[in-house]
Ligand binder design. Structure first.
Ligand SMILES: [Zn+2]
Ligand SMILES: [Zn+2]
Length: 235
């Protein structure tokens, strides 16, 4: 696999001790510290469970949240055309040689610059790397701003809202600035929203002061929860 050798060598892939990925952004960070790091875009190919010794294609995996995971269906179609059952079944017993074969076929079918195997104690994730991202690219900035872990939506950027907003009764939705889903945020910007009652208190107090803040009791949510609140509460 010449592409793979070049990928490993030119980007010194094995020199990085740590990895971390964000499924929503399909972005992988390899790093030693904050100055020695690499940001990569990927498509999840599949996972190998070390406990059950089974392979699972990402198109079959309900726990795979990458928005681009269905591109691996092209590999499944290739399997259908060429009568290769291991490419068409979602999950089955396998060994590490199978896994590398699947990743090689995926690389050949989908294109890309290489393959990375993200190891953890019980599960190995095979990722098809499609691009290297600049550290100052919007996607990387977005990735580094993602500091909130939501039980429903996973990791995302933080967002703030007043204690009165919920998904039961619409209460208005005032914002610090006009927002839309996935928008870029400046370093000092945060998603912030409050209800009509808070807006009245804020105006009476000539802006946010101790009293208005006490009334609002701002809470932290993930940005996806924020936009759910927004669409429900907006007049
Ligand atoms: Zn409020
Ligand atoms: Zn959420």
């Amino acid at each position: 696999m010449q592409i793979q050798e070049r990928f490993m060598e030119q980007l010194s892939i094995s020199s990085y001790q740590h990895w971390y990925y964000d499924a929503d952004l399909a972005l992988l960070r390899l790093y030693n510290d904050d100055t020695d790091q690499l940001y990569l875009k990927y498509i999840p190919i599949g996972t190998f469970s070390l406990t059950s010794e089974t392979w699972m294609w990402s198109w079959f995996n309900d726990h795979s949240f990458e928005p681009n995971k269905d591109s691996t269906l092209a590999v499944m179609e290739f399997g259908l055309e060429n009568d290769y059952p291991k490419l068409t079944a979602g999950t089955f017993s396998a060994d590490k040689f199978d896994c590398w074969e699947f990743t090689a076929i995926s690389l050949a079918t989908l294109g890309g610059i290489g393959v990375y195997r993200a190891p953890s104690e019980k599960l190995q994730s095979y990722l098809l790397i499609t691009a290297v991202l600049e550290e100052n690219s919007q996607e990387v900035i977005h990735f580094n701003q993602a500091k909130v872990e939501c039980k429903i939506h996973g990791r995302s950027r933080p967002a703030f809202f007043c204690q009165h907003l919920n998904l039961e009764h619409p209460k208005g939705f005032e914002e610090a600035f006009e927002t839309y889903k996935g928008m870029e945020l400046g370093e000092d910007d945060d998603f912030q929203a409050w209800c009509d009652e808070c807006e009245k208190v804020r105006i009476r107090n000539n802006g946010w002061n101790e009293y208005a803040e006490e009334f609002a009791k701002i809470k932290l949510v993930c940005e996806y929860c924020y936009f759910e609140l927004k669409s429900f509460n907006c007049h």
